[in-house]
Structures are given as structure tokens and as C-alpha cells.
Design a protein around this ligand. Structure first.
Ligand code: CA
Length: 126
């Protein structure tokens, strides 16, 4: 059992920025407005499905694993690839941002970051 990652849920409340649990419908409208339909061959339904599986549509969710690896927000963007947090000294930081921006209710930066990931590696690489 010690080999499996210890998953702990945290809710972001430190800076006053609040997360939100989105409905599938609301998220679909946000994604349509962000013009994700057809992006790299994926549709809004693919994105909604992915977010539902990744976070149960909770933008405030942070998953911590054994060690410094953490995943942030509705799309589970990670401190190993996408953003910077204080738990690691080296990281890729593909999206050149702080991970805490992925746990608020503004999904525009999350969507842009996931688009960058999809363009570079595809959604299957998640
Ligand atoms: Ca955000």
C-alpha cells in the first residue's frame, strides 16, 4: 500500500481566491466561448469528459501525491509540467505561471495552459 500515491484533497482558501464546482453545462459553455471545439481534433465533450474524470469539475481541487508532485484545479495541471509551486525546486513550468492560479473559478488561464499541453503532447499523454 505504501507504493501507491497518497492522495489528499485540499481546498484552496489561503489567498481569498475561491474555487468553484462547475456543472457540466456551465463548463461546456465556457469551453465553447474559449473556442476549444475542434482544437487539435478534440471537442467540447472531450474536454468536459476529461475535467469530470480529473476533478469532478471542482476547480479548487489539489491532489497531493507522495513527494512533491501535485495536480491543480479542474484539469489537474501539474507542478511537474505546467506551473510552479513551492513544493519543487525544478519544474518545466510550460505555462509560465503559479499553480495557485489553477484553483480559482477563472478557467481562462487553465484552458490556455491545457491547450498548450495538447498542442505539444496531445491529451492522451495526460
Ligand atoms: Ca484559473
Amino acid at each position: 500500500m505504501k507504493l501507491f500515491p497518497l492522495v489528499v484533497l485540499f481546498h484552496f482558501a489561503a489567498t481569498g481566491t475561491k474555487g468553484k464546482i462547475f456543472s457540466r453545462c456551465h463548463l461546456a459553455h465556457i469551453l465553447q466561448d474559449a473556442k476549444v471545439e475542434g482544437y487539435e481534433g478534440l471537442g467540447v465533450a472531450d474536454w468536459v469528459c476529461f475535467a469530470t474524470h480529473a476533478s469532478k469539475l471542482d476547480s479548487a481541487e489539489i491532489l497531493s501525491f507522495t513527494g512533491p508532485h501535485r495536480n491543480y484545479g479542474i484539469f489537474k495541471l501539474s507542478n511537474t509540467d505546467h506551473c510552479q509551486d513551492n513544493s519543487r525546486e525544478s519544474y518545466t513550468n510550460l505555462c509560465q505561471t503559479c499553480c495557485t492560479y489553477f484553483v480559482n473559478e477563472d478557467l481562462s488561464d487553465d484552458i490556455q495552459c491545457l491547450k498548450m499541453h495538447i498542442k505539444n503532447k496531445g491529451l492522451d499523454s495526460w
